[in-house]
Design a protein around this ligand. Sequence first.
Ligand code: NAG
Ligand code: NAG
Ligand code: NAG
Ligand code: NAG
Ligand code: NAG
Ligand code: NAG
Ligand code: NAG
Ligand code: ZN
Length: 925
Amino acid sequence: MKWFLLFVITLGLGLAQPNSTYNHFRLPTALRPQKYDLRVLTRLENPEELRFSGTVKIVIEALQNTKNITLHSRDLAFNESQITLRQISGEKKTDNCVTSTVVNPTHDFYILNTCEELLAGHVYELRLIFSAELNRQPEGYYRSSYVDPAENETRWISITQFEPASARLAFPCFDEPGYKAPFVIALGYHKNFTGLSNMPVKETKPHEYLADYVWTEFQESLPMSTYLVAYSVNDFSHKVSTLTNGSVFRTWARPNAIDQCDYAAEFGPKVLQYYEQLFGIEFPLSKIDQIAVPDFNAGAMENWGLVTYRETALLYSDAFSSLEDKQHLSNVVAHELAHQWFGNLVTMKWWTDLWLNEGFATYVASLGVESIHPEWRSKQLESLSNLLTIFRKDSLESSHPISRPIEMVSQVFESFDVISYEKGSSVLRMMHLFLGDEAFRSGLKSYLERFAYKNAEQDDLWESLTQAAHKTGALAKNFDIKTIMDSWTLQTGYPVITVTRDYTDRIAKLSQERYLLNTDISRVHRRECWWVPLSYTTQAEKDFNNTAPKAWMECSQTGESLPKTIQDLPDTDQWVIFNNQLSSPYKVNYDAQNWKLLIETLNSEEFQTIHVVNRAQLIDDVLYFAWTGEQDYEIALRVIDYLQRERHLLPWKSALEHLTLLGRIVRPTPNFQSFKRFIKKLITPIYEDLNGINDTYKPIQAQDEILLRTTVATWACNYQVSDCVPQALAYFRSWRSETNPDEKNPVPIDVRSTVYCAAIKHGSDEDWEFLYERYLKSNVASEKLTIIDGLACSREVWLLQRSLEMIFDPKEVIRKHDSAWAFKAVAYNEVGFLLAKKYFMENVNSIYQFYYPLSKTMSRLLPPLYDQVSTRGEYNEFKEFVANSQESLKGMDQAIQQTLEIMLTNVQWRERNYHKFTRAINQLL
Ligand SMILES: *[C@@H]1O[C@H](CO)[C@@H](O)[C@H](O)[C@H]1NC(C)=O
Ligand SMILES: *[C@@H]1O[C@H](CO)[C@@H](O)[C@H](O)[C@H]1NC(C)=O
Ligand SMILES: *[C@@H]1O[C@H](CO)[C@@H](O)[C@H](O)[C@H]1NC(C)=O
Ligand SMILES: *[C@@H]1O[C@H](CO)[C@@H](O)[C@H](O)[C@H]1NC(C)=O
Ligand SMILES: *[C@@H]1O[C@H](CO)[C@@H](O)[C@H](O)[C@H]1NC(C)=O
Ligand SMILES: *[C@@H]1O[C@H](CO)[C@@H](O)[C@H](O)[C@H]1NC(C)=O
Ligand SMILES: *[C@@H]1O[C@H](CO)[C@@H](O)[C@H](O)[C@H]1NC(C)=O
Ligand SMILES: [Zn+2]
């Protein structure tokens, strides 16, 4: 198109000189943007030519004199003859200009050298004209598509994804979170489409010369970081909800999925209003849109006023989505809306404190979901899940602190991990529980008010909370939040507290050290110290509700743990339990007598007198200690043997996560038989009690029982408990005999994953084809994922190989954003594992190309590999593979280190525990 034929300046082509002297990873601080005026014209009519072109005017204040303007820009083409620079304030207005430009590809800098020095205190306006292809990878300003079933035609839309550092792919800008500025955005597009952005529409008028094109200008935004800017041109439909304060809340999806928007359209506004009350601060925009994007790399993105989601995180169908899907969706929506305060209103200064955004959104989301759906009892489940996740990941030496220095964009990507989200959330919950609601909330409120429309770092939060805690008396005056919390956010890992009771003196001595999974690491490397709030209760008291600390483990000035003695404990016939309701992220080991007392209670009618979360805690702790050798498997298995009585989800969840890992290691060994019998023994009572997978038996009242049933069904069919497999096959047969199986599915929703898997595992090629056909025809994203899981249960090598090839096929029968999910499904299958490992290792370079440049995505393929490698030979082979594949594993350093470390701990387990473990199991059979 001729009016945008520009020459490209990338990597040293064109006028730009390849090198610059300034090579720091942060922008120079001489300039500060005051306002952006951004106009973007998007062309979507010709699928061969999906492009955008734009003009940005940036009002820039000079804080120091400087002779260059350094901005971020990547893969944008500029027409350099059209750059203008003028001074717009100050006494003596003179013209200025740009003499030359330089590109620094390492840091994505676009450096404009100016004719005259820009002078401190003056304000300038820089105008740049640029264009690019709509990105083919889901970052920056990119393309996405769906098929309109009525016309059988592909429809294209455009959408942005900027966090953490991709705004620079869409327009030149100061792309760091600290540079907040208001944005005035205008979108040009064909009038058949709709344009959306952060703010409400100000006006729409015809394009100056393009027929049937319009310009839509949006209202000026509040000051915001570049990574929160968003816009989209699409032909979607929407549902409108109105908030009580008059704001408009709209939910958007492709037209043929609009009937899946009802739930999000109802839930979103509710949770937004809940946050207004919780924080005591109104949502500042007069509209908010949420949109389901067909291709989306992350789960969702909290852009201010225009929140984007992958379809599984926003769309819900009564007929095709399970309760688990619904809870997942609620959680994601609640997370993104929490960011409207934590992240959007108050933003971290630099990516080091990403956890302030992510930890908060994760924690606050669990409060939001609980408040709107108390019947789900999801807060407990969510906090337990988070803890189980970090207990594993953060027990690796290769883990990292919550708050950590960030220098490269690739490190920012790596920070979007369980440490920022789940550990961040867990330490915030800990703080909420030790401070109490009043101090926590008033501290947050004052933090949000102090830093609204600004940037903050964790010390600012600690200060607000310390003030509130001292004012309300929630924290003794000689304690401050910074000292306590720094021990959790600046150090890697978490402690294990060893409780040694003296039953005659009725005291207990407590010590702490870092808990590590790798048993080769000596004690001297575990001597970190954490400030640990100690809550506990006794067999007589059973006061698990009180999560306020009765004492603290403290650290000396030099960071050594101070010994702690707890007085007035009961004598030999009563247990104590520390860490009521797992309020803080630490493990607790006891002396043999205390474990003996706990095992007695668990294996009696009285087991429910121990709080359900602490039952889950005991299971998780003891299984870890057995793994790392601090306890015997005899003790650990006697703890979990009580599960035959357990009817609550949480202890099961805790146990099954361990049994899953153990099962994957034991599966290819001769003693798997014993393991199978042990699982059957544990699962059979609860399977029978829930009446298997027969849906018509009794209506389930409690929602968490539905999740329990989904879980139990999966295990029962995997281990062929009772009638699970025949029942599953019967359900599948009746589905196959439906005349219109895409509309009518007799399989109960919450056991569909189990039924599909069992049917494919035990079924024929025709069963596979039938299910694959359903995949192609399904219009519901979450149902598609369930089917992908089912298809991967085949034991036919050729079908599994076909799946693997389909996953990385550029034709994307499986969308690229689902590829990691699909790969995992195959690789966790016992037959699929070897195929998948081989496929990964042989094709690592083409897989790298497949994801390039979003290479972090590739690390999502690793869990099934590290979970199942457990012999020294396989470990060495993988290590060698890594050494030989540096080029194809670039940007994944953290993930690779963790992978190797987990593999190593599996090897250690196999060498040290395998025989002990089977012996202990055989004793219980
Ligand atoms: C750059 O802009 C100038 C001024 O509008 C125009 O004459 C020229 O053709 C453009 N260059 C290219 C390569 O499009
Ligand atoms: C540019 O910088 C890189 C790294 O500092 C150096 O290796 C290279 O030789 C430089 N190139 C030029 C043309 O100066
Ligand atoms: C641009 O200006 C800043 C501030 O004066 C300076 O620190 C930096 O080195 C300059 N950049 C280049 C590439 O010269
Ligand atoms: C839809 O179009 C594709 C390619 O254009 C074709 O392969 C397919 O058979 C069509 N499907 C239907 C149901 O017409
Ligand atoms: C716009 O919509 C009209 C009516 O549906 C259609 O005929 C036309 O082809 C569309 N144009 C574009 C560019 O999509
Ligand atoms: C603990 O709290 C729960 C939920 O708030 C309540 O149902 C229960 O009765 C309390 N238990 C005790 C012992 O106070
Ligand atoms: C489910 O249980 C009911 C009641 O026991 C029974 O009538 C029905 O046949 C069962 N359904 C299946 C599919 O087995
Ligand atoms: Zn988030």
